[in-house]
Design a protein around this ligand. Structure first.
Ligand code: GDD
Ligand code: MG
Length: 337
């Protein structure tokens, strides 16, 4: 079976980290997030994955050359952003049989094989995985009848309603995208699904109770990291905190349980790090305090600085002694007191 993984978004809600790293390539605990998605697909027998992104396309090159094992990856050129539907249509020549589509920013242990089996039992043209949430506003709200047939798909409803939302994992038949153009941006959520539904095509929803998290915001990225460290995600098992063997952490630093210290990162004497991720080569100076923050690759926090809810992009610098709540420091930029 083949799968399209949608990796071409700009990751705006994770800026400035995503100025230099595409969202799917931000590490989750020990490796770029996309590795976790591809490994999950491999466990369910997917043999080939189609990827495309016009955003930071070159950043995917290193990932593709590092990647080993199944599934095979076919990179498709997407010269300008085609949207979620357009990107799938752009891969249509490779999609002659039933295929999977995954949003590239979802951490889940969903049973993909079971999903495909359910799609076949329903003789569906499209099957949308659903997950319950308390507030559907950031998502696509989906209603189904008793038989599981989708009645309505409403992307980003304005009112804060609870309900079952699109979990960003679909099984599609080639005919579901047959009429979708690939020469302009098309949203599968706003255009393709609503038009399939109104044409009377068999579009089904399958409610899942699997672990599920969209990593699109700093809070959710951190929560997904903590959940992985706590063993709440099937297939993932880590010690908490997770410290890469090449990192150097002072014996007089304090690391909380929900902490990731990436390769070649350094944590100085007397530093306190809690509920945070320090990416490759990140540096936390002596006596600095870091909470609920993401320290980007090769970013550095000066001695005695105190950060809560910060996102430091690649190579960002926080000067010694700075105290800040919710700082956003761009790639190579400096935060002064
Ligand atoms: N190739 C390509 N081209 N991929 C794209 C493009 C594009 O132009 N635009 C977005 N993507 C990818 C993103 O990288 C992401 O993996 C996925 O499509 C979904 O885009 P997001 O920007 O993350 O959408 P969202 O989180 O606001 O909403 C989507 O996901 C929700 C579940 O998390 C929708 O599918 C909602 O209906 C859904 O509930
Ligand atoms: Mg998303």
């Amino acid at each position: 079976m083949r799968a399209v993984v949608l990796v071409g978004g700009e990751g705006t809600r994770l800026r400035p980290l995503t100025e230099t790293i595409p969202k799917p390539l931000i590490p989750l605990v020990d490796r770029p997030f996309l590795h976790h998605v591809l490994d999950h697909l491999a466990r369910h027998g997917v043999h080939e994955v189609l990827l495309s992104s016009s955003y930071l396309e070159s950043a995917f090159g290193a990932f593709l050359s590092d990647r080993r094992g199944d599934p095979a990856i076919t990179w498709i050129t997407e010269a300008s952003p085609l949207g979620t539907g357009g990107a799938i249509a752009n891969a249509a020549q490779h999609l002659e049989e039933t295929f999977l589509v995954l949003n590239g920013d979802i951490l889940t242990d969903l049973d993909l094989s079971g999903l495909v089996a359910q799609h076949r039992r329903n003789a569906a043209v499209a099957t949308i995985t659903l997950t319950p949430v308390a507030d559907a506003r950031p998502y696509g709200l989906v209603t189904v009848d008793e038989a599981g047939r989708v009645g309505e798909f409403r992307e980003k409803p304005p009112e804060p309603v609870p309900g079952e939302i699109n979990a960003g994992t679909y099984v599609l038949e080639p005919e579901a995208i047959r009429d979708v153009p690939s020469n302009r941006p098309v949203s599968i959520e706003r255009e393709v699904f609503p038009s399939l539904i109104s044409s009377g095509a068999p579009v089904f929803g399958v409610v899942s109770a699997a672990y599920w998290m969209d990593l699109g915001t700093p809070q959710k990225y951190l929560q997904a990291t903590f959940d992985a460290l706590e063993g709440r995600v099937g297939g993932l098992s880590y010690a908490a905190p997770h410290v890469d063997p090449t990192a150097r952490v002072s014996v007089r630093a304090h690391l909380g349980r929900w902490v990731v210290v990436g390769p070649e990162a350094r944590i100085g004497e007397g530093a306190v790090v809690e509920d945070s991720v320090i990416l490759r080569g990140g540096q936390v100076g002596p006596e600095a305090k870091i909470r609920q923050s993401i320290v980007g690759p090769a970013a550095s926090v000066g001695g005695g600085a105190s950060l809560d809810g910060a996102i430091l992009a690649e190579g960002a610098i926080v000067l010694a002694g700075v105290r800040s709540l919710g700082a956003r420091v761009g790639a190579g930029q400096t935060l002064e007191a």
